[in-house]
Design a protein around this ligand. Structure first.
Ligand code: HEM
Length: 406
């Protein structure tokens, strides 16, 4: 289905093995390595501060605020564009992409995903709604994909471009004398793809994290206690505090394990005939990795349905289990944005915990409304919308959030 929307031969995630895959993957690995992605931490901290201020003003709209955070972080990394207002053109682009991708439903849920020959049907054919959908939206997709690329090139000519995934790569092409239409197209698509791959997944993880904090008040209190003890209550945490907060780290990974953002991963294609546990898997088969089942594997995680951040602490304080790395995929296709993603999720978690309490809202009788842990799954998985009360932990915390804008 995504192929019909023009995503067959560009975004890394859909490229089969070959030169284009290797060249494109190299760009991602280089710009998003653990070391390089650290240069984006200022952006992540600034956007987390804006998120906290938005939560003070309109806590009920927390879902919009985390969406804005996820979009703004990735757009700044991709294009060096600082999102400063709610009607920013890059945010509108992000919303449009989400709308178009959501319109095609869960991966594999369209007939054309299961029977690719259906791609050849004429648009008028009964049931071929997906061709009509693609014909209608392809020009918009291509136009918005081009927008950021053109803007950054203009800024580079004027000398006003900020360092970004795109500008750094364009500079490298020029330096190495490798500029060509093919390389420009690769960068246009790859920068745009950063949003496709990193926006919704980050938002989904943050949304699940707020639900997990709401449903697990003891874990929330324990993490707040750790922050208060290590950092005190007179400043908000920053990235330099990360190593000193082991329980917060466990809480973050437990959220990802409890309900992974991409529960069925991305399908892989088998390159050679293979045997696995007595089963023959022919070359060319499509394999759907069941990440959710891996994170709930009893042989790896004790009582896997229980939300228990301590499981990752060394024994005897915890269970000494490993972090659930499968949430970022496998082998050569392992998510190249994982360092960036974890940093985004961490800074939001630690900001929320230090400045806010997340509690249930009350019904007419004054009783807590505890939402069910239910999820919608399309390409990524999101909690079914729920309500919660997000309030500053103290007057001091409110002032710290207000001051963090300065
Ligand atoms: C919490 C957030 C995220 C989660 C849970 C996540 C998860 C995943 C998963 C499961 C895959 C499939 C790996 C496989 O096929 O084995 C993937 C691929 C990918 N991710 Fe992420 N991701 C996240 C954030 C990001 C971010 C922030 C970026 C970039 C800015 C990014 C860029 C990519 C790319 C480019 C691929 C395709 C890699 C390839 O096919 O070679 N992701 N991600």
């Amino acid at each position: 289905m995504l192929e019909l929307l023009g995503w067959a031969s560009g975004p890394l995630v859909f490229l089969g093995y070959g030169r284009a895959f290797h060249d494109t993957r190299k760009i991602f690995q280089k710009q998003l390595s653990r070391q390089t992605s650290a240069i984006f931490q200022d952006n992540q901290s600034r956007q987390a501060a804006i998120l906290a201020q938005n939560l003070l003003e309109t806590p009920d709209k927390f879902e919009d605020h985390i969406q804005r955070f996820a979009s703004a972080v990735v757009m700044e990394i991709a294009y060096g564009h600082h999102v400063s207002s709610p009607d920013d053109p890059y945010l509108r682009i992000a919303d449009k992409i989400n709308e178009l991708v959501a319109g095609i439903g869960a991966q594999g849920s369209n007939l054309v995903d299961l029977f690719p020959f259906l791609i050849k049907l004429p648009a008028w054919f009964p049931g071929a709604w997906y061709i009509r959908y693609a014909n209608k939206h392809l020009p918009t997709f291509l136009r918005i994909q081009r927008y950021g690329f053109d803007e950054v090139r203009k800024e580079m000519e004027r000398g006003t471009a900020k360092p970004s995934f795109l500008s750094l790569n364009l500079e490298e092409l020029a330096r190495e004398g490798r500029e060509s239409e093919e390389e420009f197209r690769r960068l246009e698509v790859s920068s745009f793809h950063l949003y496709g791959a990193g926006g919704e997944t980050t938002k989904s993880t943050l949304h699940t994290m707020i639900l997990a904090l709401l449903l697990n008040p003891q874990a929330q209190k324990k993490a707040q206690g750790e922050i208060d003890k290590v950092i005190g209550v007179h400043r908000l945490p920053d990235f330099t505090d990360r190593e000193a907060l082991p329980y917060v780290e466990c809480l973050m990974y437990e959220t990802m394990r409890w309900h992974p953002a991409v529960p069925l991963g991305i399908p892989h294609r088998v390159m050679e005939d293979d045997m696995y546990e007595g089963m023959f898997i022919p070359k060319g088969s499509t394999i759907v990795p069941n990440i959710r089942s891996m994170t709930l594997d009893e042989s790896v995680h004790k009582n896997p349905e229980t939300f228990f951040p301590e499981r990752y602490l060394p024994q005897p304080a915890g269970l000494g289990e490993g972090y659930p790395h499968s949430v970022f995929g496998f082998g050569r296709r392992l998510c190249p944005g994982r360092h960036l993603a974890v940093a985004s999720v961490w800074i939001v978690l630690v900001t929320l915990l230090s400045a806010f309490d997340i509690r249930p809202v009350k019904d007419a009788n004054g009783d807590d409304i505890i939402p069910p842990a239910e999820f919608h799954t399309a390409l990524s998985s999101h909690p079914v919308p729920f309500k919660c009360a997000i309030t500053p932990r103290s007057e001091l915390a409110r002032n710290l959030v207000l001051r963090s804008k300065e």
